[in-house]
Design a protein around this ligand. Structure first.
Ligand code: NAD
Length: 512
């Protein structure tokens, strides 16, 4: 069976998600039946949708006629029985297994045997919901992101009993609705809520260890990593109650795997009632007149007149052209024995490889070592994080900073934490994606599509790891394992395998 625009779609639950999903289906042209058990809620949901669309009309983004036609296609209904004609029912009610099972059991009795039942659950196992049904093969996850009309991603989730045909139908329909659809097996966190965990967790770890403050970590994520928001401002926006609950549920669902260990700092915020923007306080203070903290930025230092580049800087190679463009003379020294580095006299600057600068300086028997952090695009990044070894003088650090400042970058000096900020975060995002692929949850392309379309990442973590070089990502993780002695940083077997095969996740294909 293939769903078409002529099929009636039903949406149950007319709250934040349900009203948005109804709008998406109606925009495509379906007749949409909208039901909510709370009296008046379906009409209220439709009214909110109509109001949102009026704004689009006012901004010239939609015609009045199109808006009216869309709104007319959504019909609020009084009872579950009214949904009988639907060929697809999307459920977006309270996040509770027993309630969802009972609603779907009712629906099975009311709808035809061919009706596809889809759940928008973010955290409940589709397999577990299906266990209560007579026709679990017809149940599939259809996970939209908030706000549903705007966010492009739909994760199509297959439970153990879900039929391939049903999953494929919903996948095709999601694509027809203009969404970026990905297929995933029903496992805790599906793709996005699993792979995204390190974005928050590594920021929280660096904060907890005094590596840098919130505003600095956020600025590094935005200005070096091109993320739209840093982890702390994003957690404040999502709400710590919600974000902490998701982390805890994924941690519990994976039987306490240290990869997903929740943070005590976040637990404290939840317990204090500092849930973020919605309560006026989270990591930041949102009360009126409160000063917004600024990222720590080093004052202007002197630029060197020349540098020597030894070896190949790998993913940071674009720095060379940027240094030349800044009028600093560049000497190249072929040295194939070492990883690429920038030398200013005796001072060595190198991309972090996951070791603390202090450990690396000792390993390499150097007293002058400054490390720089990852950037998504070294030709354009407007900020860079630097850290120095304990053996290195402030003067040397300032010299290194002067070089990056001459390139037009703000410099944030962070304490000597292994893997710095962005490198450890991206290495862990890619590692989690790699494990999802290794454990047959989804394919490589799905990880990147999910993270770019579901949470607006500037680049898919798998493609980003390819850009860094999988061997370097593996080295970073291995050094994090030895620095922390924690299972949390164990490299994914798939990543390890790709390194030995000298392969990339996307097999050389660029995937922006
Ligand atoms: N809010 C998000 O960001 C988001 C994102 C993706 C998925 N989800 C999932 O979507 C679902 C809905 O979330 P939401 O944020 O829209 O919640 P919401 O509280 O805004 O809306 C839920 C609506 O469902 C109705 N409802 C509850 N029980 C019902 C029942 N038995 N029958 C009919 N209607 C019922 C409620 O009256 C309410 O109007 C949840 O499963 C949630 O996990 C939420």
């Amino acid at each position: 069976m293939t769903l078409t625009v002529n099929d009636t779609v039903a949406v149950i639950g007319a709250g934040t998600m349900g009203a948005g999903i109804a709008q998406v289906a109606a925009k495509f042209g379906h007749t949409v039946l909208l039901y909510d058990k709370m009296e008046g809620a379906a009409q209220a949901g439709l009214d909110r949708t109509a109001k949102g669309l009026e704004k689009l009309v006012a901004r010239g983004k939609m015609s009045e006629d199109d808006k009216n036609a869309l709104v007319d296609r959504i019909q609020p209904t009084e009872s579950l029985a009214d949904l009988a004609p639907a060929r697809l029912v999307v459920e977006a009610i309270v996040e509770n297994l027993a309630v969802k099972q009972s609603v779907f059991s009712e629906l099975e009795k009311l709808c035809s045997e061919e009706t596809i039942l889809a759940t928008n659950t973010s955290s409940i196992s589709v397999t577990a919901i299906g266990a209560a049904l007579k026709r679990p093969q017809n149940l599939v996850g259809m996970h939209f992101f908030n706000p549903a009309p705007i966010m492009k991603l739909v994760e199509v989730i297959k439970g153990l009993a879900t039929s391939e045909e049903v999953a494929q139908d919903v996948y095709n329909l999601s694509v027809a609705w203009g969404k970026h659809a990905v297929m995933a097996k029903s496992t805790p966190g599906f793709i996005v809520n699993r792979v995204a965990r390190p974005f928050y967790a590594e920021g929280l770890r660096v904060l907890q260890e005094g590596g840098a403050d919130e505003a600095t970590i956020d600025a590094i994520a935005r200005e070096s990593g091109q993320f739209r928001m840093g982890p702390f401002e994003l957690m404040d926006l999502i709400g710590h109650d919600v974000n902490y609950a998701v982390t805890s549920s994924v941690f519990d669902a994976y039987y306490g795997d240290q990869r997903f260990l929740p943070s005590l700092i976040q637990k404290d915020l939840v317990e204090a009632g500092f849930h973020g923007r919605k309560t006026g306080r989270g990591f930041y203070d949102y009360s009126e007149g409160a000063e917004k903290p600024v990222a720590s930025t080093l004052p202007q230092q002197n630029a060197p007149s020349s540098v020597t580049i030894e070896g190949d800087l790998g993913c940071a190679e674009a720095l060379v052209a940027r240094i030349e463009a800044a009028g600093i003379s560049v000497h190249r020294a072929e040295n194939h024995d070492i990883k690429g580095r920038i030398c200013i006299g005796n001072l060595i600057l190198a991309l972090t490889d996951g070791r603390m600068a202090t450990e690396r300086a000792a390993d390499e028997q150097r007293s002058d070592l400054v490390l720089f952090d990852l950037a998504l695009n070294y030709s354009a990044a407007s900020r860079i994080a630097l850290t120095k070894a304990d053996q290195t003088t402030e003067e040397s650090l300032n010299q290194a900073a002067g070089l990056f400042q001459a390139l037009g970058m703000s410099v944030s000096v962070i304490d000597d934490v292994p893997g710095m900020v962005l490198m450890r975060t991206v290495a862990m995002l890619a590692n989690e994606g790699s494990d999802a692929v290794n454990q047959q949850v989804c394919d490589v392309a799905a990880v990147d599509i999910a993270m770019q379309s579901g949470v607006n990442y500037p680049k898919g973590p798998m493609a980003w790891a390819d850009q860094i070089g999988l061997s370097h990502v593996h080295t970073v993780l291995s050094h994090l394992v030895s620095s922390y002695g924690e299972d949390r940083y164990r490299p994914s077997p798939l990543l390890r395998r790709k390194v030995f095969a000298q392969d990339s996740f996307h097999n050389g294909a660029s995937h922006d």
